[in-house]
Design a protein around this ligand. Structure first.
Ligand code: NAD
Ligand code: GLY
Length: 364
């Protein structure tokens, strides 16, 4: 499937078995060196397979295995990649391969964006979340202790290779986290897809390959359609952040890695749906529908009790905000989203309704 961005266009390949097929890697930018960046969970599973393929394409295939976890979206890890490239005297044609989930993809993409002012990189997403969202569209970033993804660049990969077989080894909790980003595409862009997800949730949770293939394909189509119109998020692209304003506050407030990104987004979508209802944009039964679906996907629907002031403080640090106003992605009708600010009283009502009554409740 193409993602149409003029001279930055590229192909998203989605199928089982892609990793081990020579044709998957044909036609990539020519270079003498490739660097695969991955982590210590993914490396034992898939590094050898990718290495074997790339050895047929590049004279020198380097690899860098980082520790696992959201905490790796940091200056330190970025520095490790840059240092590895410099130590290997990697030139400006070197191709980087991000083999892993969204953490590896976001970090490696950012390293590719800045090494020698930009080298090509390939996304090889191995989580559902990365296959349906983070590997597509060119948002790269590291986190800051004060806010998610606060340092980064728009930088498109030259190809995305989503091998559905890699999802076989994904822990159940991570599969559910990925489903949050799949669910997101329904209410913001495609009401029929929301119906499809509800009907096919048992198949998705059972990792039925046909269901997963359709979910990844349709998610990438919607994302490609949005990004194709608004690559740098001057407007429309912000709808992809449905559930993320509350979600990022939960992730940052609870400490990176305690709530998974997808878990925070799942719960955040319930809160953002409720805010949409309180703004009079959708009926209240839509909130119940979202809550049922998010819960059925194995995701939390009760937010941590961080307190209104802390939520507001955390949500102040959001790239969508303008002039000090917190802006939320809201549902304006099934399959249609917009970005609005909301009165603090309504935000307080949402939090009072959906937060755990026990302050400091543990992560899911
Ligand atoms: P992740 O990268 O931490 O991966 C989740 C876990 O699964 C990790 O422990 C990882 O090692 C493991 N894993 C990866 N592939 C595996 C496999 N095939 N089998 C077994 N284990 C495997 O998390 P994620 O959910 O993939 O990504 C979350 C990150 O993505 C967050 O930092 C979020 O901010 C970012 N994100 C970015 C965008 C974007 O547009 N750039 C969009 C959404 C999310
Ligand atoms: N995940 C949100 C975006 O890519 O814009």
């Amino acid at each position: 499937m193409p993602i149409d961005l003029g001279d930055r266009s590229y192909d998203i390949r989605i199928a089982p078995g892609l990793l081990g097929q020579a044709q998957t890697w044909a036609g990539l930018p020519r270079a003498s060196t490739a660097l695969i960046v991955t982590n210590d969970v993914v490396a034992p599973l898939y590094l050898a397979r990718l290495r074997a393929q790339l050895s047929g394409v590049y004279a020198r295939v380097e690899s860098l295995v980082l520790p696992d976890g959201e905490a790796q979206k940091s200056w330190d890890s970025l520095d490790r990649i840059i240092d590895h490239l410099l130590a290997a005297t990697a030139d400006r044609k070197t191709v980087l391969f991000a083999l892993g989930g969204g953490v590896i993809g976001d970090l490696t993409g950012f390293a590719a964006a800045i090494y020698m002012r930009g080298v090509p990189f390939v996304q090889v997403p191995t989580t559902l979340l990365a296959q349906v969202d983070s590997s597509v569209g060119g948002k790269t970033a590291i986190n800051h202790p004060r806010g998610k993804n606060m340092v980064g660049a728009f930088y498109q990969p030259v190809r995305v290779v989503a091998d559905l077989d890699t999802l076989d080894t994904l822990p159940d909790r991570e599969l559910s986290a990925g489903l949050a980003e799949v669910i997101k595409y329904g209410p913001i862009a495609d009401a029929a897809f929301l119906d499809w997800i509800e009907q096919n949730l048992p198949a998705l949770l059972a990792r039925d390959k046909t269901a997963l293939a359709y979910a990844v394909q349709r998610s990438c189509e919607i994302k490609a359609w949005v990004v194709g119109q608004d690559e740098r998020e001057s407007g429309l692209r912000a709808i992809l952040n449905f559930g993320h304003t509350f979600g990022h506050a939960i992730e940052t407030g609870m400490g990176y890695g305690n709530w998974l990104h997808g878990e925070a987004v799942g719960c955040g979508m319930v809160l953002a749906s409720d805010l949409s209802a309180r703004l009079g944009l959708v009926p209240t039964d839509f909130v119940d529908r979202m809550k049922r679906l998010v819960r059925a996907a194995g995701l939390p629907v009760v937010a941590p009790a961080l307190g209104l002031d802390r939520y507001l403080e955390l949500m102040q640090i959001d790239k969508k905000n303008e002039g000090g106003d917190i802006r939320f992605v809201v549902i304006e009708g099934l399959g249609q989203a917009g970005v609005r600010s909301a009165p603090t009283e309504l935000v307080a009502e949402v939090l009072a309704t959906h937060c755990d009554p026990v302050a400091g409740a543990p992560a899911p």
